[in-house]
Design a protein around this ligand. Structure first.
Ligand code: FAD
Length: 483
């Protein structure tokens, strides 16, 4: 399909003795390359060999022959809102798509994160509109009333799986990307994953990083930025939960959809009863038939790249949710049966890496209402920086809002990696600064970004050029000619 395929074969030949992720890591002993064969008994594994360094601080792992698990035209890492947009659009444009997702469901923060509210959807078309329609049609009265923007995470899981399967997307869940391989022309050629299937290699001609944290791009060696820059302070993480057991009529004034005053009422009620949530704008939403979602937690200063710190934050957050619910149950009345249905499997991560692209969206762009000839969508959501630490009001850092915001464009080049070829990004890891990210990160923008990146991946492959060699208007034109 792609004129570059012969070179990919060259890369494969080069890598035939075992994929070398980092040439600088010399194995202490080169063991006979092992591989699983069709005769290997069920449950057999690729054994690890290597040597502990003399200071006991590192383990030097020996080379292993990693099986190639799949070959695709377009590989999408991460099945969150951006990854869904990317996988669906690439597959519908005729590409063979592989979607890799570490969670046990598709949807990212929408499902594993129990988000329940999709922001910045008003002016969106395409896949975002289609998904809202599905969430609305298959959901209950609240989903219908809110045009699908308040949705049931369980319905979302099913809808996303069904749409991806119908589009022919190959999905592998429970699979984490742990490495990226470049060929000799600085193009992404393969990724490595770890899962119950062990370590696996996946080949593709184009890659879209929708991991939220920019994992694929970081492993490819792309430059990136984190947090505010100076001291890397990041937005807090938050765990969400589903609750039940309340008297709907009586608690209506505390439900977010009745207006922003609801948050203040809920905080007042909590504080008057000695409950001090770490997030000072507690948000209660009615989802359907007696089920509510609650966001009332902030975890400050947690790195998105430190599994130990994320674990500690997760345990703290889950304990806080249960303590708050137990505390509110003691209020009696409409709250006396309040209980937790579920806490999120994945704590919500607002910020990871912002990968350097060929255009960066900045606070200045937001202030002036950036117009760009290669706009993939227009964002309208306000600057939304949650408090960076537990001091102050523990809600929003208003100081970052000073420059203001007018509706602005998200340009195609901000989705194209600057440092390697064959790689696009979508969702919260695209190219922009700290303040701009706080606005464009919401999921009503992530889906159209993914849709654009997936389409660009498929069209660039069809045209035999790299994504950065295409103009967004050429991509749209190519699609309309074929329709
Ligand atoms: C607490 C909280 C509240 C928010 N509130 C709202 C709101 O009300 N409305 C709204 O629209 N937005 C909201 N946002 C913002 C929004 O959730 C994110 O910016 C959005 O999820 C971005 O979508 P994404 O697809 O880029 O990332 P994600 O939703 O984070 O999806 C990334 C996916 O990639 C997977 N993944 C990550 N790393 C790997 C890897 N190495 N290998 C394989 N898979 C991987 C993850 O499991 C996940 O499924 C909120 C965010 C948080 C944290």
């Amino acid at each position: 399909m792609d004129p570059t395929t012969s070179s990919r074969r060259g890369f494969l030949r080069h890598a035939a003795g075992g994929l070398v992720i980092s040439a600088s890591l010399t194995a202490p002993e080169t063991v006979q390359a092992q591989s699983q064969t069709p005769d290997s008994p069920t449950g057999s594994v690729l054994r690890t060999r290597g040597q502990l360094s003399s200071d006991g601080r590192t383990f030097l792992e020996s080379e292993r022959a990693v099986p190639v698990a799949g070959r695709a035209d377009v590989l999408v890492c991460g099945g969150g809102p951006a990854g869904i947009g990317a996988a669906l659009s690439a597959a519908r444009a005729g590409a063979k798509v592989q979607l890799l997702e570490v969670a046990g469901c598709l949807g990212g923060v929408w499902t594993a994160g129990l988000l329940t509210k999709i922001l910045d959807t008003e002016n969106k078309t395409g896949i975002m509109k289609e998904l809202l329609g599905e969430f609305m049609m298959r959901g209950g009265a609240v989903a219908r009333k809110t045009k699908g923007t308040v949705y049931d995470p369980e319905i979302a899981k099913l809808v996303l799986e069904e749409l991806c399967v119908a589009a022919g997307v190959q999905i592998q869940l429970h699979t984490r990307l742990v490495g990226t391989v470049l060929d000799e022309r600085n193009r992404v050629a393969a990724v490595l994953t770890e899962s119950k299937s062990g370590r696996q290699a996946w080949l593709a001609d184009r890659f879209v990083d929708c991991s939220g944290d920019g994992d694929l791009a970081a492993h490819a060696g792309c430059r990136f930025d984190v947090g505010t820059g100076a001291d890397c302070a990041c937005q807090p993480m938050s765990m969400l939960a589903l609750l039940t057991g309340v008297e709907p009529e009586a608690i209506q004034p505390f439900v977010r959809e009745t207006g922003s005053e609801a948050k203040r009422r809920l905080l007042k009620l909590m504080e008057e009863n000695g409950i001090m949530p770490t997030y000072r704008a507690p948000t209660l939403r009615h989802l359907h038939s007696g089920v509510y979602s609650l966001m009332t937690n902030h975890e400050y200063g947690v790195s998105a790249f430190d599994a130990g710190a994320i674990t500690e934050a997760t345990l703290r957050a889950r304990r806080e949710i249960h303590e708050i619910v137990a505390g509110m149950r003691k209020l009696g009345g409409p709250w006396k049966e309040l209980s937790v249905v579920a806490t999120a499997e994945q704590i919500g991560v607002r910020e990871g890496r912002r990968i350097r692209g060929r255009f960066a969206i900045t606070a200045e762009g937001l202030a002036e209402g950036l117009r760009h000839e290669e706009a993939v969508c227009r964002a309208t959501f306000p600057i939304d920086v949650h408090a960076l630490d537990g001091s102050g009001n523990k809600e929003i850092s208003k100081s970052f809002k000073q420059g203001g915001l007018k509706p602005y464009d998200i340009p195609y080049p901000s989705l194209v990696a600057a440092d390697v070829d064959g790689l696009l990004m979508a969702g919260r890891c695209i190219s922009g600064d700290f303040i701009a990210h706080s606005s464009y990160r919401v999921t009503g923008n992530s889906v159209p970004m993914g849709e654009a990146a997936g389409l660009a991946a498929a069209v660039s492959l069809r045209k035999g050029v790299q994504p950065h060699e295409l103009n967004w208007n050429d991509i749209k034109e190519d699609v309309s000619v074929r329709q």
